[in-house]
Design a protein around this ligand. Structure first.
Ligand SMILES: C[S@@+](CC[C@H](N)C(=O)[O-])C[C@H]1O[C@@H](n2cnc3c(N)ncnc32)[C@H](O)[C@@H]1O
Length: 221
């Protein structure tokens, strides 16, 4: 029976992953955080290594792996943007057969993935789309549009097999509803100036909030 996508992970992206022969694969999860994807993949794969630069998140991931008795899932602190780090990891284990990056994508990460994967191996990623939270007037610096992501992957010797924009536009009947939908984001948005822009958008009559991601599977040529 098919295993359901972990909470907050798009079923489309999960299907791209589970279509691969996971039981035979060593997987690198880039920007794993506290291991949402790594822990879900653990029971399905030969081995999973989650890397992140946030030591606190990794500690939580280790706790969760131990609680779930997942001996084949490990977590390593590492800056995935830094050139060469993947190779240091690779020195301690075989090169990954599959690299996943869920909401942690940069040009450097794509380039590093290209260097770590043998021809025929897959990079599967979810990136923020430039339309993510467009109502705040500011795209994340990690956001891509379709053309830029496809271009970066092609330049790094990947053949793009699947690239899909997944967009959800919430529509609100009132300002109160719109504010309630963004409540968990307020602190972060106040810090980076987005909150002010969102307020302005609502004052001007806007009543939407857009979430948008790109789900991608690309194969190293
Ligand atoms: C939005 S979270 C996604 C976490 C996880 N993939 C998930 O879906 O639950 C982004 C994660 O990427 C990590 N990250 C961002 N830049 C990184 C880098 N250069 N090297 C390693 N981790 C990074 C952050 O620490 C954070 O845990």
């Amino acid at each position: 029976m098919a295993v359901a996508a972990p909470p907050g992970v798009s079923p489309t992206f999960w299907r791209l992953l589970t279509d691969e022969p996971l039981a035979d694969l060593d997987v690198l999860d880039v920007g794993t955080g506290s291991g949402r994807l790594a822990l879900a993949l653990g029971p399905l794969c030969r081995r999973v290594v989650g890397i992140d630069r946030d030591a606190g998140a990794l500690a939580l991931g280790r706790q969760r792996a131990a609680a779930a008795s997942l001996a084949n899932v490990e977590f390593i602190e590492c800056d995935a943007d830094k050139r060469g780090d993947y190779f240091e990891i690779a020195a301690g284990w075989e090169n990954p057969d599959l690299i996943v990056a869920h909401l942690c994508v940069s040009d450097d990460i794509i380039e590093n993935a290209s260097k770590s994967l043998a021809p025929g191996r897959v990079l599967a990623l979810v990136a923020f789309h430039t339309d993510q939270w467009r109502e705040t007037g500011r795209a994340s610096r990690f956001a891509y549009d379709e053309a830029r992501l496809r271009g970066e992957l092609t330049e790094c010797d990947f053949s793009v097999e699947h690239l899909e924009v997944e967009r959800e536009v919430q529509r609100f009947a009132s300002v109160e509803e719109a504010l309630a939908a963004a409540i968990g984001l307020e602190e972060r948005w106040r810090a980076d100036g987005r909150w002010f822009n969102y307020m302005k958008f609502l004052e001007d009559g806007g009543r939407t909030l857009t979430r948008s991601h790109l789900s991608v599977k690309a194969r190293r040529v």
